[in-house]
Design a protein around this ligand. Sequence first.
Ligand SMILES: NC(=O)c1ccc[n+]([C@@H]2O[C@H](COP(=O)([O-])OP(=O)(O)OC[C@H]3O[C@@H](n4cnc5c(N)ncnc54)[C@H](OP(=O)(O)O)[C@@H]3O)[C@@H](O)[C@H]2O)c1
Length: 274
Amino acid sequence: MRISSEPATTEAPLGPLDPPPATKDTDVKSAGRRALVVGASSGIGAALVRRLAAEGYRVAVLARRVDKLDSLARECQPLPGKVVVRVHDVCDVGDVPKVFEELVRELGGLDFYIFAAGIMPNVGRHEYDTEKDLAMLRINLDGCIAWSNPVANYFRTQRSGTIIGISSVAGERGRKGSPVYGTSKAAMNHYLEALRNRLAEADVHVCTIKPGYVATAMTEGMGLSDMITADEAAKQILEAARDRVNHRYVPMKWRLIMAVVRSIPSFLFRRLNI
Ligand SMILES: NC(=O)c1ccc[n+]([C@@H]2O[C@H](COP(=O)([O-])OP(=O)(O)OC[C@H]3O[C@@H](n4cnc5c(N)ncnc54)[C@H](OP(=O)(O)O)[C@@H]3O)[C@@H](O)[C@H]2O)c1
């Protein structure tokens, strides 16, 4: 069975959960497609689920808050797709292969996977809290790797599939306001790029999304202006996947903003309150 995170270097005989025959049809709009969204209970992940369900996807939705997942599933009931709820904490990395296998079985395969789980706790100006920092890495980075590895191996043997990682513009400079959040996103960018390069020969696409400011629970009360809605972000994320771009800023104006931010010399950047 090749759905688990077994080493990717040897070929094994096909088992009952092996992917269906390869297809070149990677159009994410196709009805009857199967998707899995980790971090689906609110914000960008939930908005992606609504859009995928509206397009006729069978979507497995994972997060810790069962009430939010259940109400999302109820909300999607009139839509053509189907939502499968699974309560899961991405910190339970040992459970991932089994949960993944069960969900792929329930969905009848997998074509589309999104890792949207993440936290960004407030970090005080003079706070250096290792426990808090490592807890963030366990969700944002370890969780992403623990989920993306088995998906990558499954898509590799299937020779099709789309992987989307929701990173952030925060991964591009070492901002004093959020050292470890930015670290988790920078590492995610690196990991996703490597996955993209590994999987290219199998025709599996890996898309890194770098959102700017999106109005979700994560940004609530932060006093940010000019935010886009989670639904608008979801729309642009799906467009990026359809365009098969390697990475995309969402909204796209952040491409220009980040080009400027990256060009600020260190001696000036450290004086900025960002
Ligand atoms: N909003 C922005 O402006 C912005 C900007 C750049 C990047 N991002 C990124 O976008 C992604 C989505 O964030 P959002 O803005 O949509 O915020 P959000 O509404 O707070 O959503 C975060 C999601 O992550 C899930 N999650 C957190 N910890 C988890 C865990 N241990 N196990 C499983 N799921 C977990 C949450 O579900 P439960 O709490 O139910 O587990 C929730 O579904 C994050 O990776 C974030 O870093 C957001």
